[in-house]
Design a protein around this ligand. Structure first.
Ligand code: FES
Length: 463
């Protein structure tokens, strides 16, 4: 088919400039560039740098959304500059001006380049981002259930661009929070059945005051991620395994808080704010409020409660008595709880697993899976493309599990996962993740993107 030629047109770029060494405050710098509308914002910035001002600082390498080097904020939202079309960016900018700023939550080195080492990579190292293999190491290879590899595929798609870190509200308040990217990476190994330290990893992340219970469910990381890794979802999965499977009771009160929240929604149909704090500290029952620890916490939060009342954010009656749902509605809530609790196994629906395989006959999930209520899943191609079929896992992934249509099983679960077993110290040295899924090996990696990778490679240019 003949290629449609689109004429070049002018776009206005406003770049946030800042050189900490200059002693000057940050400022906006505006340039007009001329490119076809389907070209990327990165190309626009590079044109401005090449033609007008060679001192513009931008980091990039692959230019195809694989290496994760070009993370910036475009019109206020985190994005990969190489993966954002000029016309799309102009549509969302005010007066069609495309504003480009450095990512948030990380110190600016120069203009659009942030210090990933100071924040992002430091946090990634914090979670021991390599496989601590079970011993003894098998003579040939580990045999891993295919569902397990599908399960971690979503986290493997991370290209370490830092977009989620940039927009994490919890990290803004608590810079020590381990953060969405590192915790998603932690799930990569917690979910891997070859790892020997699942309990130790979870205990560590649960007991850390800046660990898994520091996330406030703001969903910013979910929106920010250009690879649909759903970091918040991975954090919630870490929590569920820590609390429901390993019954870890953490010193941050996270487990008790979660239990109290769940109990209150069951009892009242909605959260009962006045009881939440006391139950979190004093035990998950009406009597919880009489526990000394609960009283102490209640006393310390009285100023906040008073402020809420004064500003009309709290209705005193509802605050004290809780919500009153119609009985039928409350029964429906109870039925949901019963339905879920009667299941022998918890369903973990990996959101990276999308819909149904279009190549297969349309049928109900039940028909295809052979197991009632079991969602039939299609795994998107992920990290693995990077490493290619590497081991038995690859075969396992492609053979098709009983619960997964064969054609859609984790197309790429093999590469990084398999190499993760041997990455170990090397990954640490590179400041990055275990697993050798080489970013940027081929644009054909498709939707999943570049996959698991180490720190931006040395050939990344910081210009
Ligand atoms: Fe944008 Fe590699 S240059 S992701």
């Amino acid at each position: 088919m003949a290629e449609v030629h689109r004429p070049a047109q002018q776009f206005t770029l406003r770049l946030r400039r800042y050189d900490p060494e200059s002693g000057q405050a940050p400022y906006w710098d505006q340039h007009t560039i001329e490119l076809e509308p389907h070209r990327s914002v990165l190309e626009g910035i590079l044109q401005a740098r090449d033609r007008v001002d060679g001192s513009i600082g931008i980091r990039c390498s692959c230019r195809q959304a694989i290496c994760g080097s070009c993370g910036v904020r475009i019109n206020g939202a985190p994005a990969l500059a190489c993966n954002t079309h000029l016309e799309a960016a102009a549509r969302t900018g005010s007066d069609e001006v495309i504003e480009v700023e450095p990512m948030g939550n990380m110190p600016v080195l120069k203009d659009l380049i942030v210090d990933m080492d100071a924040v992002h990579w430091k946090k990634i190292r914090r979670v021991t981002p390599w496989l601590l293999a079970k011993q003894p190491v098998p003579e040939r290879e580990y045999l891993v259930p295919r569902e397990s590899m599908v399960d971690v595929t979503q986290t493997m798609a991370c290209i370490q661009c830092g977009a989620c870190v940039s927009d994490c509200l919890s990290m803004e308040v608590d810079p020590d929070f381990i953060g969405p990217a590192a915790l998603a990476k932690a799930y990569r190994f917690v979910g891997d059945p070859r790892d020997d330290q699942q309990l130790e990893r979870l205990n560590d992340l649960a007991q850390d005051p800046h660990g898994i219970f520091d996330c406030t469910h703001c969903f910013n990381c979910v929106d920010a991620c250009p690879k649909d890794v759903d970091p918040m979802g991975q954090i919630m999965r870490l929590r569920r395994i820590a609390t429901s499977d390993h019954h870890i009771v953490d010193r941050n009160n996270g487990q008790r808080h979660e239990a109290a929240f769940t109990g209150l929604v069951r009892d009242y149909g909605l959260n009962h704010e006045a009881e939440l704090l006391s139950r979190s500290y004093g035990g998950n029952s009406w009597f919880g409020k009489f526990h000394p620890a609960a009283g102490k916490e209640l006393l310390s939060s009285l100023p906040v409660v008073a402020k809420g009342l004064l500003r009309g954010k709290l209705d005193p009656r509802t605050a004290v008595l809780g919500h009153k749902l119609p009985k039928a509605d409350l029964r429906s809530v109870h039925r949901i709880y019963e339905r879920i609790e009667e299941r022998e196994q918890r369903y973990e629906l990996n959101l990276f697993i999308t819909g149904y395989d279009e190549d297969l006959e349309p049928a109900s999930p039940r028909d295809r899976s052979g197991s009632p209520d079991q969602p039939v899943a299609q795994a998107a191609a992920g990290e693995a493309a990077a490493g290619g079929p590497a081991s038995g896992e690859a075969d396992a992934a492609s053979e098709g599990a009983p619960d997964l249509p064969s054609a859609s099983a984790a197309a790429g679960a093999s590469g990084g996962a398999a190499s993760g077993a041997s990455a170990g110290p090397a990954a640490e040295e590179s400041g990055g993740a275990a697993g050798g899924g080489a970013a940027g090996s081929s644009p054909a990696h498709g939707a999943g993107g570049g996959g698991e990778q180490g720190a931006p490679s040395e050939d990344s240019s910081e210009r």
